[in-house]
Design a binder for this molecule. Structure first.
Ligand SMILES: [Zn+2]
Ligand SMILES: [Zn+2]
Length: 349
């Protein structure tokens, strides 16, 4: 396998620069695919900047990969050269623990646990490197197939942003007659609005301002509320069956709980600091606060098929790899509609 061009960061305070990494020759059940687009997820930024603890540097992030298979191992049965495929947040797991058997490979409790697409140690003992690169070798069971109708640039973000919203929306019964609020209108939120609306719910967006209202309504929301309006939360008391919060800044969760109906559920998929007051506010009316983290491979494939069936995809801004540093600053400033995807043809400079 030839070395591939990639972009890496060498410290928490560093910036991205071109490099070369070696991908392994595909084993019998592995495929190699050329990466056409790689999404930039906020998690990439947190990891690269050491905000979730020390990362393994040099780090090649990227866990929203979309590309085309160019090589398959001798025993690969599920894929062929030319297939349009993608990889999300993880590339391996034990396959035998109760969570893997249940299709929740992201919660693997095997000895090595879930092997993340980057910043993890692979089966071969080598640190994993993600999608900011020209290609990747992956075990076929961790690869998803993109339906033909979804362009690859708009498909890549589905593998993290899409599944992160699809899983809790489905788990908590999103459908006709349900009032669902999506908090935050970013990369995650804009997928949540589309998926919840396609599932038949009445969807509201709760965002800081009304700046993305037009997009929110176009994507399927019927109401759009700004948290900078002091009337918003008082007017929403006891309104929603389900609220999915996608924001990572610390916020007042007690207001979101207040906006739930009795018996309602607040699912947090962002990573803010949670105050203790949360427990007190929630137990009074049997309200549930839940966590959720991506989804397994089978469910990810189900989500991709659902998106194709309903004509859903991410809205993206394409950038060349040379603009990753600038893109990071813009993501942190919420200045992207709604996901940056790196053009895979620009890793080689
Ligand atoms: Zn992500
Ligand atoms: Zn496992």
């Amino acid at each position: 396998m030839p070395d591939v061009a990639a972009y890496a960061i060498d410290s928490a305070t560093g910036s991205f620069s071109p490099t070369t990494i070696t991908r392994r020759e595909p084993g019998p059940t592995e495929v190699y695919f050329e990466i056409k687009f790689a999404g930039i997820c906020h998690s990439d930024i947190h990891t690269a900047r050491g905000e979730w603890g020390p990362a393994i540097y040099p780090l090649v992030p990227g866990h929203e990969l979309a590309g085309v298979i160019t090589q398959v191992g001798s025993a690969v049965t599920r894929f062929a050269v030319g297939d349009r495929v993608g990889v999300g947040c993880f590339v391996d797991s034990c396959g035998e623990c109760e969570y893997c058997r249940a299709g929740d490979e992201q919660f693997c409790t095997g000895e090595a646990g879930t092997v993340w697409t980057y910043n993890s140690i692979g089966r071969d003992g080598v640190p994993t490197a993600g999608g900011y690169s020209e290609g990747i070798t992956v075990e076929q069971d961790y690869v998803c197939r993109f339906p033909d109708s979804i362009p690859l640039d708009q498909a890549a973000p589905l593998l993290c942003a899409g599944i992160t919203l699809y899983d809790p929306l489905k788990r908590y019964g999103t459908g006709p007659g349900m009032k669902v609020a999506i908090v935050g209108m970013g990369g995650l939120g804009h997928m949540g609005v589309q998926i919840a609306a396609a599932m038949g719910a009445e969807v509201s967006v709760i965002s800081r301002t009304l700046s993305k209202q037009e997009d929110g309504l176009a994507l399927g929301a019927t109401h759009y509320y700004a948290t900078n309006d002091p009337e918003t939360f008082p007017s929403l008391q006891g309104t929603f069956d389900l609220i999915v919060s996608t924001v990572s800044e610390t916020q007042d969760f007690t207001q979101l709980i207040g906006a739930l109906r009795t018996g309602g559920t607040l699912v947090n998929v962002g990573l803010p600091e949670l105050p203790v007051q949360l427990a007190i506010d929630s137990l009074g009316a049997r309200k549930a606060i839940a966590g959720s983290m991506i989804g397994g491979i089978a469910e990810t494939q189900e989500m991709l098929d659902f998106c194709a069936e309903h004509g859903l995809a991410a809205r993206v801004e394409r950038i060349p790899a040379s603009k990753i540093n600038e893109a990071y600053d813009r993501v942190v400033a919420s200045d992207v509609r709604y996901r940056f995807v790196i053009d895979g043809s620009t890793f080689r400079s």
